[in-house]
Design a binder for this molecule. Structure first.
Ligand SMILES: *[C@@H]1O[C@H](CO)[C@@H](O)[C@H](O)[C@H]1NC(C)=O
Ligand SMILES: *[C@@H]1O[C@H](CO)[C@@H](O)[C@H](O)[C@H]1NC(C)=O
Ligand SMILES: *[C@@H]1O[C@H](CO)[C@@H](O)[C@H](O)[C@H]1NC(C)=O
Ligand SMILES: *[C@@H]1O[C@H](CO)[C@@H](O)[C@H](O)[C@H]1NC(C)=O
Ligand SMILES: *[C@@H]1O[C@H](CO)[C@@H](O)[C@H](O)[C@H]1NC(C)=O
Length: 432
């Protein structure tokens, strides 16, 4: 069953991850620049991963959302068995014709169960003993899942997430930052909201990315990069890796080295278990508001290997930047990127692909990246060989050894020198 999600079936939501933009606009049809694609936002789509496809030949299978709400910026979490995924948080999609008249629905958890290339959504019952009712819905938080845990760090509340007592137009643009790290244990069905003050001064986080690494720490670690941690437009540093251990509810940092990616917002992240006990985190895209050149530099793929904490980057010069897309590892070693807003070189801000400007350079806004070769591909390969660590990363280990020259703390050193033995590798089915 896990294969349905990982190897045979890639599902994503029309809204929120199709182009992810909070205005709900769609990626235009590249064959007819200026026109929006005919893919409605209010469906879930699946792609068959058992056969070869290109981004022009790929078939998107439409799956009804049923009674599930149509939201943007949803956190998608895999459960402990890898058989279903959950949708949590998000803001009401502006793609809905009824957007301005529709108050956000009450906070809820939804789950998607795939079956035979299709599947269905249902609302997940919340145990009466749960403290779920104390949680408010946010959007734009940094989310990830792993080992059966779902996480959302921070996020914002606004009129599209929260039922304010009376409608006030100004509130559409009011964003209240929400501190805290929400954790859902899908095995026990328990909910937690722990302090995020160890992550940032106020505990705020938004528009960044998060990734769960199962192979280090006592039982896996949550990594967070980019986005904002204050009410100003100051971007969070990428030179420092922030990590959270769910077993001790503790945040730690470690300085990184190498080709450190620029600070940015709304990029995307995936990871893969490497050779010889390493783990590689791949960071792609992200926006530097008002700075097209830096946004384009972020359009290259960067890889952080653990436990060296060294960054390497794709050997290529990008010509476009992209943000608000989704990234997933499929077919053992391929990263499929769906949607996003594209910033091409030497054009002004009005020619985003989501307005009436330049078409997306990728057909159907889908890109495929080989994580081992560190290169974009022209097709999805259903029989690709297993992921192995990229050469640039391997040669770094050969020259500099396994660990960073200096650890920020004894705790971090212990997490990487003596990782727990009891973790389960949920992503293994996708990678081997
Ligand atoms: C999706 O949205 C379109 C356009 O607003 C509407 O015509 C259609 O009925 C919607 N479909 C579902 C399943 O909600
Ligand atoms: C988590 O707890 C903090 C501190 O009490 C609170 O401000 C925040 O609203 C809570 N988060 C959610 C999503 O409810
Ligand atoms: C999640 O719940 C399971 C079952 O109760 C438990 O064994 C596990 O330790 C929990 N995980 C965390 C990180 O609390
Ligand atoms: C996707 O589509 C474009 C345009 O059809 C094609 O040139 C390119 O090779 C494909 N790129 C990726 C990354 O899949
Ligand atoms: C694996 O790592 C060990 C310890 O860092 C190192 O001595 C060995 O050469 C590595 N083997 C390969 C095949 O890279």
């Amino acid at each position: 069953m896990r294969l349905l999600l990982c190897a045979l079936f890639l599902a994503f939501q029309g809204t929120g991850t199709w182009d992810g933009s909070t205005n709900g606009l769609r990626t235009p049809d590249p064959k007819a620049p200026g026109n929006f694609a005919t893919v409605p936002d209010n469906y879930t789509y699946s792609i068959d991963l058992s056969t070869l496809w290109t981004n022009s030949s790929v078939t998107l299978k439409e799956i009804s959302k049923g009674a599930a709400p149509v939201l943007n910026n949803v956190a998608l979490w895999l459960d402990a068995s890898g058989e279903i995924f959950y949708a949590y948080d998000g803001s009401v999609s502006k793609a809905l014709p009824t957007f301005y008249d529709t108050p956000p629905p009450a906070n809820a958890l939804w789950q998607f169960e795939p079956s035979g290339g299709t599947g269905h959504w249902s609302q997940t019952p919340i145990p009466l003993s749960s403290n779920f009712a104390a949680l408010s819905r946010t959007a734009l938080g940094n989310s990830a899942s792993g080992n059966g845990l779902g996480f959302v760090l921070g996020g914002v509340e606004n009129y599209a997430t929260y039922q304010y007592p009376a409608f006030a137009d100004a509130l559409w643009w009011d964003q209240t930052l929400v501190p805290g790290l929400v954790t859902f244990n899908s095995t026990s069905q328990e909910w937690f909201n722990s302090s995020s003050k160890g992550y940032s001064y106020y505990g705020f986080a938004r528009d960044g990315v998060a990734h769960f690494v199962p192979s280090f720490g006592p039982a896996g670690l949550l990594f967070v990069f980019g986005g904002y941690t204050t009410t100003t437009s100051q971007l969070a540093s990428t030179g420092i890796a922030s990590m959270y251990d769910p077993t001790t509810q503790q945040w730690q940092d470690q300085i990184t080295t190498g080709d450190i990616p620029g600070e940015s917002a709304n990029g995307c992240i995936v990871g893969a278990e490497g050779d010889n006990g390493t783990y590689e985190i791949f960071l792609y895209g992200g926006q530097v508001p008002g700075d097209a050149a830096s946004t384009i530099t972020n359009g290259e793929v960067y890889v952080l290997s653990l436990p060296s904490f060294n960054w390497q980057k794709q050997y290529a010069t990008g010509t476009t930047g992209r943000y608000m897309m989704s990234c997933n590892v499929v077919g053992k070693r391929q990263m499929v990127v769906v949607g996003g807003i594209v910033i091409p070189q030497n054009v002004d801000w009005d020619t985003y692909n989501f307005g009436a400007g330049e078409p997306d350079p990728w057909d159907q806004a889908i890109g495929i990246f080989d994580l081992t070769e560190m290169a974009w591909k022209s097709s999805y390969d259903a029989s690709a060989s297993p992921y192995i660590t990229p050469d640039a990363v391997k040669s770094f280990y050969t020259q500099h050894g396994r660990y960073p020259a200096q650890w920020d703390s004894g705790v971090v050193e212990d997490w990487f020198k003596n990782p727990g033995k009891s973790y389960r590798l949920l992503s293994k089915a996708c990678l081997s």
